[in-house]
Write a protein that binds this ligand. Structure first.
Ligand SMILES: O=C(O)C[C@H](O)C(=O)O
Length: 477
């Protein structure tokens, strides 16, 4: 065991741990959810990258001894490489606006740097506050790390989206010949092609990729250098000019200072904006997932238009039952992300005076939503969308049977005529074509031509057909 001291007193810590007394106090104080920084490695990576950038900048402006800066950088690199992942045991929910997170990283890097320089942890050669936290405050490090980690989380999500987009493009290209029944209010509507329906899903995915990519740009502007309240107090002259180029080199991303540091510490609207786009993606995917559940319903007593890949047996009691588990997963992820959106919104609104102290709950939810969506987009694509098949015959039959084909009669004659045909077809269980023939409204050849469901999927061809039919039938001169 080793003894460490802070402003509240002293404490014994197991000698093998790199974290120190402040981490241990926070670990005990906030033992609330079981969700620790261990589950948010990119966030810790971002704080460590900032510590490295700060050490290099402080050495450049002669605030920090080069030997200490080098040891801090070596320790920070080890943290970034995940070598000390188990040294971040504090709960993601915590009071103090992330001070415990910041001090946890300061202590681990400080003690590892001490070990590098002296062979022992817990000594003062490298102090967690004096040296590792030099020229910084929790209040600029944590919001900066939140943006750094969110930037990279979003890049990972964006990186998973093209595979889904490309799958949907393939579906659109190969479903052009498949005619199906459109549905509005879950009731039979007019025909459309399966390609048209899937083009809506494709367009949504492309739009969300573009929107998330645009919203992510805000993460490149950081309040690093603002220190405690935005004034930059305690940072050495020249530090600000040095720390950003260092951070850019360490992370490979173009991070720059925010235009107004006070704004950067007070406000979290960036997260409201980014998360709104994540919520939109989640909701769009969830709507698509629900469509797949409806269209694959049955298979004997449901719609049975779509066959989803069977990824696992569905029932413990009903042999042969296969459930749409992947779309069901997507629905649930969406509900969680909507919940996270509410929490983030409240946390952003609740900031008061010169710091948004609710940053821990913002980053916990932001990170969770990014992870859930990144994995969901991949799983949904790989295990469901890519392998789904269409029952073309079933789709065509519904499209041919619908009384909504009377929409074409209404366009050629008038609404009351179309309505009369639809009512009779429904009442007598006949097709719209059969009733149209019976009523002497068209010849057999005209029924075949003008009541073809595929014709109705093409707005130009169907408009021309209506004009032609009206002339042939003597309605127009
Ligand atoms: O830890 C700090 O640097 C500041 C702290 O979060 C505070 O403002 O109370």
């Amino acid at each position: 065991m080793r003894k460490e001291v802070d402003a509240l007193g002293e404490m014994e810590l197991p000698n093998e741990v790199y974290y120190g007394i402040q981490t241990e106090r926070a670990r005990q104080n906030f033992d609330v959810s079981g969700i620790t920084h261990y589950q948010a490695p990119r966030y810790i990576w971002a704080v460590a990258a900032i510590k490295m950038a700060a050490a290099r900048a402080n050495a450049r402006v002669d605030a920090l001894e080069q030997e200490i800066a080098d040891a801090i950088c070596q320790a920070a690199q080890e943290v970034m490489d995940g070598k000390h992942a188990d040294q971040f045991p504090i709960d993601m929910y915590q009071g103090g606006g992330g001070t415990s997170t910041n001090m946890n990283v300061n202590e681990v890097i400080g003690n590892r740097a001490n070990e590098i320089l002296t062979g022992a942890k817990g000594c003062d050669r490298v102090h967690p506050n004096t040296h590792v936290n030099m020229g910084q405050s929790t209040n600029d490090v944590i919001p900066a790390a939140m943006k750094v980690s969110t930037w990279f989380n979003l890049q990972e999500l964006l990186g998973n989206m093209p595979a889904l987009i490309s799958t949907l493009q393939t579906k659109v290209d190969s479903y052009k010949h498949i005619v199906k029944l459109g549905r509005t209010c879950i009731q039979d509507a007019v025909p459309m092609t399966m390609a048209q329906q899937f083009s809506g899903y494709l367009s949504l995915a492309e739009r969300m990729h573009q929107k998330i990519s645009a919203a992510a740009q805000d993460c490149l502007e950081l309040p690093l250098g603002a220190t405690a309240v935005g004034t930059g107090l305690s940072a050495r002259d020249g530090y600000l000019e040095c720390v950003y180029p260092e951070l850019q080199e360490i992370t490979g991303a173009d991070f720059k200072p925010e235009h107004n540091f006070f704004d950067g510490l007070q406000n979290g609207d960036t997260y409201v904006d980014i998360h709104a786009n994540l919520k939109k993606l989640a909701m769009g995917l969830s709507k698509f997932a629900t469509d797949l559940r409806i269209m694959s319903s049955g298979p004997r007593a449901g719609m049975n238009e779509v066959v989803l890949p069977a990824v696992q047996p569905g029932s413990s009691i009903m042999p042969g039952k296969i459930n749409p588990v992947m779309p069901e997963l997507v629905n649930q992820i969406c509900y969680q992300i909507c919940g996270n959106d509410v929490a983030i919104g409240m946390a952003v609104e609740g900031g008061e005076l010169d710091l948004n102290v609710w940053e821990p709950v913002i980053i916990k939810n932001m990170g969770e939503s990014c992870t859930l969506l990144t994995n969901t987009v991949k799983l949904f694509n790989d295990k469901c969308v890519a392998g789904l098949e269409i029952n073309e015959e079933v789709c065509r039959k519904y499209a041919e049977d619908t009384t909504a084909l009377s929409t074409m009669i209404a366009a050629i004659y008038d609404y009351p005529t179309g309505s009369r045909v639809a009512k009779k077809a429904f009442k007598e269980g006949k097709s719209v074509g059969a009733v149209t023939l019976e009523e002497g409204l068209m010849t057999e050849a005209q029924v075949k031509e003008y009541l073809d469901p595929m014709l109705m999927t093409d707005p130009v061809a169907s408009a021309l057909a209506v004009r032609r039919a009206r002339r042939e039938l003597g309605i127009d001169g």
